[in-house]
Every structure is written in structure tokens, then in C-alpha cells.
Design a protein around this ligand. Structure first.
Ligand code: FAD
Length: 316
């Protein structure tokens, strides 16, 4: 079932979450161990992230270095199929531009379609560690909007390799949105301009980057509506879990902590204290968002569902 149909049918705020494929070498049991404790909150869909290759350098004879591509977290499509089979819940694979030609994207979409997967979250992806800036595949897409156009084209029976008149796919397409703006955007206005382009191209709902100040989300939704973006905007929340997160999350995800939260974080002396604060903050954020009638709250578990479970117990 499509995410938009789940949202339309919902009588109250839905619960959803996102998982990462396990590191190569670990079994799918580690995925189930993260999902099982959250199933009692009846998620209608579960997102599975996609991680592209990273490059390592292997030393060869005479000081030569061999560049080798490795994927540390393969398995997105297989995990989606396994989740749908085991839990009878929709799974949403993340699809990225980075590292894919248009033909490879088309073939991946055919796999998803044949597996009965109705939803994709279409993203550009970030630069790999060895690149300063994101570089598109020479025969791929430079921005998420182009990927959305390709998926929507297939929904209209237009295949990249075969042309028009093919059996249409029927994907519900989601896209990413940034209440604190995407870090490469000149300003919020240009980011909204490109966000609207993604919706106009076929994205029928949006999921936000994590934020810790609900006002940023409320203001962002208002700005989207003023810019003519009318689709559902699902807030994404991440419970802070460790002392390392305090600087990692702002650095990696380009987000700010509100002053009230940063003051409390400064008092924390241990991971356990941060984790407890993250749960309490997540409960307060979630309750306020739910009271405001958001369509769904999407939790970034980052493969650890204990905090999300405690939040959901209080909120759903
Ligand atoms: P885009 O929408 O393409 O935007 C990227 C930047 O380019 C923005 O600054 C935008 O303003 C600008 N822009 C857009 N279109 C144009 C244009 N036509 N011309 C000029 N500028 C333009 N990454 C992963 O690798 N795997 C994942 O599974 C993953 N999941 C994510 C899930 C969510 C909910 C979110 C919020 C992010 C996720 N990411 C993931 C990270 C994402 O790939 C990065 O944030 C990436 O830098 C941007 O992706 P995007 O789809 O928003 O890009």
C-alpha cells in the first residue's frame, strides 16, 4: 500500500521508523532485533536506508596503491522484501542518485516493482568520503528531482532503455526536506524552490531531516505551504543517545540544538545521562507534534531502537 494511502486512511498520527542495513558480515537477525520491539506501535511502513560504496586503498608492490570500492552496508532491497514477508508491513527502500547510472536505477526499480514494493524515498545521496563534493555518476542524476522524474516516467510507462508504452509501475514517491535548510542551499528560499520542483515532478509526500526544535518544523511547514507545497510533510526525529552525538549530529546532519536542550546537554557527564535526556526530549517533541496533528512521526533509529521504544510507549 502507498504511504499516501496510509496517511489518508489514518485517524491519528502514525508511527514509522527507519533502519540501516547491518554492516556486511552481520546477519538479518540484527535487523529483526531492532524491529521486533517497535512492532507493538503498529508502524504502517518502515524505511530502509541505502549506503553507497566507499573507496579504500590497498597497498601493492613498489608503493602502488589500488583503489577499491567496498559497500559496508549492502542489502537494502533484500531487507525490504524480508520485512514485508515477515511483518506484513510496507517497507520503503531509499533510492539514491550517487553511484547509479539511469539504466542501473531503472533495473533496480524493476526489481522493486516485481517484489511488490509500492514506495520509494528518492534522494540524491551525499558525497563519498573520498570526494569533497557530491559528484553525479556520468550517466546518472545530479539531483533528486531528476531521479523522481525517472520514477514518475516509469509510472507513466516510459522506460529509459525501452521508451514509451511499457507496462507502468505504480510507485508512491517520497522525498527529503530540511527544516533548517539543506547545507548546500544558498538559503531557505532556493531550497524551497527546489523542494517544490521535487513535488511538481512527482513526490507525493516529504520526510524531514531530524530537528530538535519543533518551532523550526512548524515554521518550515508554514513556509512550504506559502511556497505552494501542499503534500504531507512527515517530521523526522532522532533521540540523542551518547556524549559523542552531542557534536556528531550537528556536524553530520547540519542541524542546531535549541538553547534549552544545549544547556541540559552541557550538564550531562555520561552516555546514560545523555540517553535519558534524549528520551525525555523526544517524548516532549513527539507529544507536541502529535497534538498539532502531524500525519506521522518518523523516527531515525540508527539501528538502535531502545530510545525510540521508550518514546513510543509514552506517545503512541
Ligand atoms: P536534492 O533534493 O537533490 O538537493 C540537494 C541540494 O541541491 C540542495 O541544497 C538543493 O537545494 C539543491 N538542488 C536541488 N535541485 C537542484 C537543481 N535542480 N539545481 C541546483 N540545485 C538544486 N542519504 C543516503 O545516502 N542514503 C539514505 O538512505 C538517505 N536517507 C535520507 C533520508 C532522509 C529523510 C533525509 C532527510 C536524508 C537522507 N539522506 C540519505 C541524505 C541525503 O542523501 C542528503 O541530505 C543529500 O545531501 C541531499 O539529498 P536530497 O535528496 O535532499 O537532494
Amino acid at each position: 500500500m502507498k504511504v499516501t494511502d496510509h496517511l489518508a486512511a489514518a485517524k491519528d498520527t502514525l508511527f514509522s521508523f527507519e533502519i540501516l542495513p547491518p554492516l556486511k558480515g552481520r546477519s538479518i537477525a540484527s535487523i529483526y532485533a531492532g524491529i521486533d520491539p517497535l512492532m507493538e506501535f503498529k508502524p504502517k511502513f518502515i524505511n530502509v536506508t541505502y549506503h553507497r560504496e566507499e573507496f579504500i586503498y590497498i597497498e601493492r608492490e613498489h608503493g602502488l596503491l589500488e583503489k577499491k570500492a567496498v559497500r559496508k552496508r549492502p542489502g537494502t532491497v533484500g531487507i525490504c522484501a524480508a520485512i514485508m514477508h515477515k511483518y506484513d508491513v510496507d517497507a520503503i527502500p531509499h533510492l539514491i542518485c550517487g553511484g547509479f547510472s539511469k539504466e542501473e536505477t531503472e533495473n533496480a526499480l524493476i526489481d522493486l516493482h516485481f517484489l511488490g514494493i509500492d514506495n520509494v524515498l528518492a534522494l540524491r545521496g551525499d558525497a563519498v568520503k573520498s570526494e569533497a563534493n557530491f559528484r553525479a555518476h556520468p550517466e546518472g542524476h545530479a539531483f533528486a528531482v531528476e531521479l523522481i522524474e525517472q520514477v514518475q516516467g516509469m509510472n507513466n510507462g516510459a522506460y529509459f532503455t525501452e521508451g514509451q508504452g511499457q507496462d507502468p509501475t505504480n510507485f508512491c514517491i517520497g522525498a527529503a526536506a530540511y527544516p533548517e535548510k539543506h547545507f548546500e542551499a544558498m538559503n531557505l528560499e532556493t531550497d524551497l524552490h527546489y523542494l517544490k520542483a521535487k513535488v511538481d515532478a512527482g513526490a507525493s509526500y516529504l520526510v524531514t531531516q531530524m530537528f530538535f526544535d519543533n518551532q523550526r518544523y512548524f515554521d518550515f511547514v508554514a513556509a512550504c505551504r506559502a511556497a505552494g507545497i501542499t503534500v504531507p510533510i512527515i517530521p523526522g526525529l532522532k533521540p540523542i543517545k551518547s556524549l559523542a552525538h552531542i557534536s556528531f549530529l550537528p556536524k553530520f546532519f547540519h542541524i542546531d540544538y535549541p538553547t534549552d536542550l544545549s544547556k541540559e546537554l552541557l550538564k550531562c557527564k555520561s552516555n546514560a545521562e545523555v540517553e535519558q535526556l534524549g528520551i525525555e526530549w523526544g517524548i516532549a517533541q513527539s507529544k507536541e507534534l502529535k497534538a498539532a496533528g502531524v500525519p506521522c512521526i518518523h523516527y531515525y533509529t540508527m539501528s538502535n531502537s531502545t530510545s525510540v521504544r521508550q518514546i513510543a510507549t509514552e506517545v503512541f
